[in-house]
Design a protein around this ligand. Structure first.
Ligand code: URA
Length: 234
């Protein structure tokens, strides 16, 4: 696969409709006990046609209250680092490994990650990102399928097949960790600086070469309906 393939209006609309449907389905999710303590299911927000996706760990207090990912200090840092490479949230889709807040922000449990995994996989299948930045250990281990921790694998893109398509997984530090130490912040910033090049990079092909669609004219972003405001920009 070569350069990014533009999404047509009808492809984009179908994708947004399916994401909205998934969003509605997840509102009643009871697949794990986190459903009992949540205020909202934090589905994720952003551009349904994004080439770039971020996957964090789990909603915290403010995310649970507002129904949106990364609305606290870690989110501000994410916005700042995106800005430094001339991107905004409207250029990407931001989701989490878990869609519901663990009590007292404790680490996700293996059973919760497994229960929530199909939701994230479906999001990836629908959005079809070229690059997925896994933020921290939980998202990295889940999507790489390897027990290797973030400190060992950060900053090195890995070609994988996810959602039936090739994708670069790009493990980087979680912004909350980077808020705690300057050395981590420096590394996270350096890893962000490498993102534009990675986004333009050629993905390996895992399937027959003639699967590659013809490039078509770029579509415009349209706004989400008020009822799915928590999905943010579509
Ligand atoms: N940390 C995360 O991993 N996700 C959020 O949405 C907020 C903080």
């Amino acid at each position: 696969m070569g350069a990014p393939v533009a999404v047509t209006d009808s492809q984009g609309k179908a994708r947004r409709d399916q994401l909205v449907e998934l969003y509605r389905e997840l509102q009643d999710c009871r697949k794990c006990p986190l459903a009992e303590g949540r205020t909202t299911v934090v589905f994720g927000t952003g551009n349904a046609d994004a080439d770039l996706m971020f996957v964090g760990e789990a909603p915290g207090f403010h995310e649970d209250q507002q129904g949106k990912p990364f609305v606290g200090r870690a989110g501000k840092l994410l916005d700042q680092l995106l800005g430094e490479i001339d991107l905004t949230r409207s250029d990407c889709f931001i989701a989490n490994t878990l869609k519901c807040r663990p009590p007292d922000n404790r680490d996700p449990l293996p059973a919760e990650i497994e229960a929530c995994r199909p939701h994230l996989e479906r999001q990836i299948e629908l959005i079809e990102p070229r690059v997925i930045c896994t933020l921290g250990n939980f998202a990295t281990k889940l999507l790489t399928g390897s027990p290797q921790g973030i400190t060992r694998v950060r900053g090195v893109p890995q070609a994988h097949e996810l959602g039936g398509r090739p994708v670069f997984l790009y493990p980087i530090f979680h912004p909350a960790a980077a808020l705690r130490t300057t050395a981590m912040l420096d590394q996270l910033r350096a890893d962000f600086q490498a993102l534009p090049r990675l986004l333009a990079d050629v993905l390996p092909s895992f399937g027959p070469a003639d699967d590659v669609p013809e490039p078509e004219p770029e579509r415009e972003l349209v706004g989400a309906g008020a009822e799915v405001d928590q999905l943010g920009l579509f």
